[in-house]
Design a protein around this ligand. Structure first.
Ligand code: COA
Length: 167
């Protein structure tokens, strides 16, 4: 059966307990912490809800952040004004339930995060992420993210470049 997903803000009707992505900390976060963070305006949480079976296929969080211009590669900064810090949006967490992995739900979530960045009223230069390990970093590299200077797991994606990439 083809996936019938809707991506929407986490709400009371979503079954957070059934979510299982293979990383206990990410399951625990969705179950116990995500809605508190939303209430306290620390981050927003968006879920890909499966309309066929009432499960959360995946989720991600977004929060306002910033990047020091010195952490970006020179070939990028030479085309930018010399502001010391640029606005960014952080994907704090992103996970896909094991039952949905390998079906492009992760890609859909990254593109949805990008779309929300591009449409938000405050401008953001980049979408940034702290990948939790090499495997996660490989997933983000696949989606155009580049490591900050001298970092391996801390990565960014220029919103303007990504809009060209993903249309
Ligand atoms: C990493 C994760 C989000 C990927 O989600 P997914 O829905 O299975 O990935 P998709 O099906 O959307 O894959 C999209 C592309 O990324 C690739 N990809 C997926 N996981 C990858 C990985 N770990 N390393 C490299 N590439 C990966 C896929 O092969 C696919 O490539 P293709 O376009 O050439 O076919 C998911 O496996 C997950 O939630 N893992 C546990 C939590 C986690 O590690 N979160 C990372 C954030 S810190």
């Amino acid at each position: 059966m083809s996936l019938n997903l809707i991506i929407e803000p986490l709400g009371g009707s979503h079954d957070r307990k059934a979510f299982s992505c293979g990383v206990v900390a990410l399951d625990h976060y969705l179950r116990e912490q995500a809605s508190q963070d939303v209430k306290r305006r620390i981050s927003n949480c968006f879920v890909a809800a499966d309309r066929n079976v009432d499960l959360i296929a995946g989720y991600y969080t977004l929060a306002a952040s910033s990047v020091p211009i010195a952490s970006l590669p020179d070939d990028l900064t030479k085309r930018l004004p010399r502001y010391p810090v640029l606005p960014a949006i952080l994907i704090g967490r992103l996970a896909v339930d094991t039952r949905y992995q390998g079906q492009r739900v992760g890609s859909i979530l990254v593109v949805d995060a990008l779309r929300r960045c591009a449409q938000a009223a405050p401008a953001s230069f980049a979408l940034i992420v702290d990948a939790k390990d090499d495997k996660a970093a490989a997933f983000y590299r696949k989606h155009g993210f580049t490591p900050f200077q001298g970092r391996l797991l801390s990565m960014f994606l220029s919103v303007a470049t990504a809009l060209k990439l993903f249309g």
